[in-house]
Design a protein around this ligand. Sequence first.
Ligand code: C2E
Ligand code: MG
Ligand code: MG
Ligand code: MG
Length: 282
Amino acid sequence: QALYEVKERGRNGYAFYRPVEHRRIVIEQDLPFAIMRGQFYLCYQPKVRLTQGRAMGIEALLRWRHPTLGEIPPLDFIPLAEESGFIFEITLWVLERACRQVKEWERKFPGLKLAVNLSPFLLNRPELVEHVKRILRETELVPDRLILEVTESGLMENIETGRHILTELQQLGVQAAIDDFGTGFSSLAYIRNLPVSLLKIDRSFIQGIAENSKDATIVDTIIHLAKSLDIEVLAEGVETESQVVLLSQMDCDYAQGFYFSRSLEAEKLQQWLEKYNRSAAF
Ligand code: C2E
Ligand code: MG
Ligand code: MG
Ligand code: MG
């Protein structure tokens, strides 16, 4: 562990550099076998409705428990999976697992929505739609319970294919959300023409709203513009109570972040939802 940090500081000897390189090589080599070896699992993070204090849905987040490297964060392997094309197979695995889980929870948590992250690379794979359709059929999950999150930057780089595939998914009843909004230099005028029903404001904008009035103004403006376009808004990375208060005042629809809950494995999340929904009942 300490050796990895040395590399971060740079200009160290070959001997210090190697473990980091080694880690990357192992990740690259083992990635194609991770599904088969049962090393992937899912965590879920709740999204809450600010006005009612109830859970609206959950986001599935992929986790890789490696036998020698330990927990590998998604940002360390998703880009590699995108380059090598494994992201397609991985996404289907996530979809199948998560849809099955939410279907199992149907009685306990009726109407709970499931969000799955969709790599922008998959916007160029039209056959994805057929797979989504098949998975929904096999798991018997109602399509309007599924939300696919695409990052703003990824969508903007694939605007035409993105529009096409999201429209087809919308025709199935599946919804789309724009993830990490605000980091991709697009404008809401652009998004108006996309079949998108939820905008997730990036954590970097939410972070400072309680201390920095400029950040607060930006977030307030995004919320109101989105609403004028009939798109619902979620604040990402909410960590403090003062952020919650401000976002409620701004009429933000939903929030997600450590203030409410970190991402949890299914069993823990179920307990969290039971407790949270009970305390929010009126
Ligand atoms: P994302 O979709 O924007 O997911 C939110 C990330 O922010 C998660 O990190 C989550 O744990 C973290 N987060 C949530 N609330 C807070 C908070 O209050 N404070 C802070 N500091 N962080 C918070 P995670 O799980 O490491 O995922 C990182 C990214 O990896 C995701 O960003 C998503 O782009 C990607 N990813 C994760 N799972 C998948 C997947 O199944 N497929 C694809 N294509 N990408 C995935
Ligand atoms: Mg996401
Ligand atoms: Mg996000
Ligand atoms: Mg993010």
